[in-house]
Design a protein around this ligand. Structure first.
Ligand SMILES: Cc1cc2nc3c(=O)[nH]c(=O)nc-3n(C[C@H](O)[C@H](O)[C@H](O)COP(=O)(O)O)c2cc1C
Length: 196
């Protein structure tokens, strides 16, 4: 198992996978990494659906994506979205002491205001998953180019749940070099300096 530093440095977006199935024990560790992610007020809005080979995967590809080869190629697709009722004040799915922040009602229009927060929390969980997968010798590709509305329809998710993104998962069939990153000088604003 890699250290956190090693996993951060080794992780790549993998777009070509071996057909080998992902063992359930490893899948469990990846989902556990998601479950343990932090979120504002410990709200944990994230929900996941694991899609493996089968007709649902085909239907998802056809109706809810723009034909991403990376998803067609992956033995596992993990759909990630949010249970927006976790943002309703005092709702049974909301965290304790939820009355200070959230929606007053379950009205989907009101809940829409909280989607950016939900997406942010989901993104933390997905990041945990990508790093855990790397540490376990698996590869992932975060695929945002999906059709969330169509995805919710294919999966039968209700209106109070949003689909945020899809994660392709499997054993890598490629070993791409590290992709470019901005330099530390570019991203770090020195103390006392104003960005121009
Ligand atoms: C939020 C997000 C959305 C992304 N969406 C896609 C996508 O739709 N299709 C794809 O092939 N890669 C997608 N990627 C992968 C990025 O292209 C990739 O992370 C970036 O080019 C850096 O490469 P690396 O992940 O190998 O370091 C996405 C990554 C993130 C974090």
């Amino acid at each position: 198992m890699l250290t956190v530093k090693e996993a951060i440095e080794k992780r790549r977006s993998i777009r070509s996978f071996k057909p080998d199935p992902v063992p359930d024990a490893l899948l469990h560790q990846i989902m556990e990494a998601a479950r343990l992610a932090p979120s504002g007020s410990n709200r944990q809005p994230w929900r996941f659906q694991i899609i493996k080979e089968g007709s649902l995967k085909q239907q998802f590809m056809k109706e809810a994506t723009f034909g991403q080869a990376v998803l067609a190629n992956a033995p596992v697709i993990i759909i990630c979205g949010s249970e927006m009722l976790t943002f309703v004040k005092r709702h049974k799915l909301a965290p304790p002491n939820s009355e200070y922040y959230g929606a007053e009602t379950e009205d989907p229009e009101e809940l829409k205001k909280f989607i950016p927060d939900a997406n942010m929390y989901d993104a933390i969980a997905i990041t945990h998953m990508t790093l855990m997968a790397t540490a376990l010798g698996l590869g992932t590709c975060w695929v945002q180019s999906i059709k969330p509305g169509a995805a919710a329809k294919v999966l039968g998710w209700p209106r109070h749940m949003t689909v945020f993104t899809a994660l392709a998962l499997g054993y890598p069939a490629e070993d791409p070099p590290a992709r470019d990153r901005s330099s530390m000088e570019t991203i770090l604003i020195k103390e006392g300096q104003k960005p121009v």
